[in-house]
Ligand binder design. Structure first.
Ligand code: RP5
Length: 162
C-alpha cells in the first residue's frame, strides 16, 4: 500500500518544555518522511484540547498517537482511554530523573494499553521507530526505508571494543 499524504502519526506532549525531548521523535519521523502533527496537549491543563485532537485524528485517518509527558505523566494513558488507535508513551526526564514519568506511563491497569518506551531521548527516538515499524506492515515504501535504516545501523556497530 502507498504511504498516505495525510498525517499518519500524531505527536503530542504535555508541555513546551517536553519539546527538547520530543524533537528527537519528530526528527526521526522526518528522516523517514512520515507526515505527522506535533501539538502541546496536556491531560490535566488542556483536557478539552485532548478530546478535540483525538476526534480530529480519528477523522483524519491518523494511525498512531505518540504521547510524551513528565512527572505524573497521565497523557498517554488518558489518550489511550479516549481512542482505539495505538498509543505509544514517552516518559520525559523529570525532577525524579523520569522514574515518576516512566511508572505513570507504563503502569496502566489491564484493559487500556500504552506501549511505553524508555525515558527521554532514547524513548522519543524509539517511539518514532516503533511507529514506523507498525506502519511498515501496511506500507511497503516505509518497510523498505526501515530495512535500509537497519542495514546501515548494523554496519555502524564496531566489531571490536577498542
Ligand atoms: C507535564 O509536566 C509535562 O509533560 C512536563 O513534562 C511537566 C512539566 O511541565 P512544565 O511545568 O515544564 O510546563 O505535564
Amino acid at each position: 500500500m502507498k504511504a498516505k499524504s495525510h498525517s499518519l502519526v500524531g505527536v503530542i506532549m504535555g508541555s513546551r518544555s517536553d519539546w527538547k525531548t520530543m524533537v528527537h521523535c519528530s526528527d526521526t519521523l522526518k528522516k523517514f518522511a512520515i507526515k505527522h502533527e506535533v501539538k502541546v496537549i496536556s491531560a490535566h491543563r488542556t483536557p478539552a484540547r485532548l478530546h478535540k485532537f483525538l476526534n480530529y485524528a480519528k477523522k483524519n485517518k491518523t494511525e498512531i498517537i505518540i504521547a510524551g509527558a513528565g512527572g505524573a505523566a497521565h497523557l498517554a494513558g488518558v489518550a489511550a482511554s479516549l481512542t482505539t488507535l495505538p498509543v505509544l508513551g514517552v516518559p520525559i526526564e523529570s525532577k525524579l530523573k523520569g522514574l515518576d514519568s516512566l511508572l505513570s506511563t507504563v503502569q496502566m491497569p489491564s484493559g487500556i494499553p500504552v506501549g511505553t518506551l524508555a525515558i527521554g531521548k532514547a524513548g522519543a527516538t524509539n517511539a518514532a521507530l516503533l511507529a514506523i515499524s507498525i506502519l511498515s506492515v501496511r506500507y511497503s515504501k516505509i518497510q523498505n526505508k526501515l530495512k535500509a535504516y537497519r542495514n546501515k545501523f548494523e554496519k555502524k556497530v564496531p566489531k571490536k571494543p577498542f
